[in-house]
Write a protein that binds this ligand. Structure first.
Ligand code: ADP
Length: 222
């Protein structure tokens, strides 16, 4: 049996976290937990909570920590994460969220935090052309569209531009990333949990780099 994994993916907007987390999730047979995807589903379903979340998201602001922590707590309690582990995408984004993550996952905590690094000028170009499946969250772009029309290759969902991929919201999200989330790389390094991976190049090459650092870590901790 493939052993499970407990992973966190950090990286700026447009670094390729979503694409790579889906691949990691298939490779290690571990659920991909994307807070952005969970929130977008709530917005689509127009629940009371979804309507509140929408305002924060469209402006590119973070939701309050207690709201996100409620979502994560509930998701980490399900059977699949209990047995297989998790790949967290979009969480934690603040030192407060990271501290709580360590508490709620103790004593096993996490195997590894990967920082997927891509320079700002590259992410800006990627975000401008990014298109996303509204159902499964798969990422496409104007250069790499789905095979048939704007319909997802994997689940046949609609592939669209995200409501928060506007110039203003992108700038705000990147600024918040630098201020709130980038300090987490030092925070996880101090806890000997961080690996840095170059996110430039072909998606298959980036996946190979990720598999390599994760497998290395698993070997060390066997
Ligand atoms: P991106 O990384 O491109 O900003 P995500 O899909 O990860 O996009 O998240 C979209 C939005 O959802 C964020 O801009 C924010 O409003 C909200 N969100 C997602 N994760 C968190 C989190 N951990 N804490 C607070 N807000 C979050």
């Amino acid at each position: 049996m493939i052993p499970g994994a407990r992973l966190v993916m950090l990286g700026r907007q447009g670094a390729g976290k979503g694409t790579q987390c889906i691949r990691l999730s298939h490779h290690y047979v571990v659920p991909h937990i994307s807070t952005g995807d969970i929130l977008r589903a709530a917005v689509r379903e127009q629940t009371e909570f979804g309507l509140k979340a929408k305002a924060f998201m469209q402006e590119g602001n973070l939701l309050p920590d207690d709201v996100i922590l409620g979502i994560i707590n509930e998701r980490l309690e399900r059977d699949d994460t209990r047995t297989r582990g998790f790949i967290l995408d979009g969480f934690p984004r603040t030192v407060g969220q990271a501290t709580t993550l360590m508490e709620i996952t103790a004593p096993r905590c996490i195997d590894l935090v990967v920082d997927l690094v891509v320079p700002t000028e590259v992410v800006l170009a990627r975000l401008a052309g990014r298109r996303v499946c509204t159902d499964c969250g798969a990422n496409y772009s104007v250069e790499r569209p789905p095979k048939f029309g704007w319909v997802c290759d994997s689940c046949r969902g609609d592939v669209v531009q995200r409501a928060d991929d506007t110039t203003e919201a992108i700038e705000r999200r990147l600024a918040i990333y630098e201020r709130e989330t980038a300090p987490l790389t030092a925070w996880f390094t101090e806890r000997d949990l961080l690996a840095t991976v170059d996110g430039l190049g072909d998606p298959d090459e980036v996946s190979a780099r990720l598999f390599s650092v994760i497998d290395q870590r698993r070997e060390q901790h066997r």
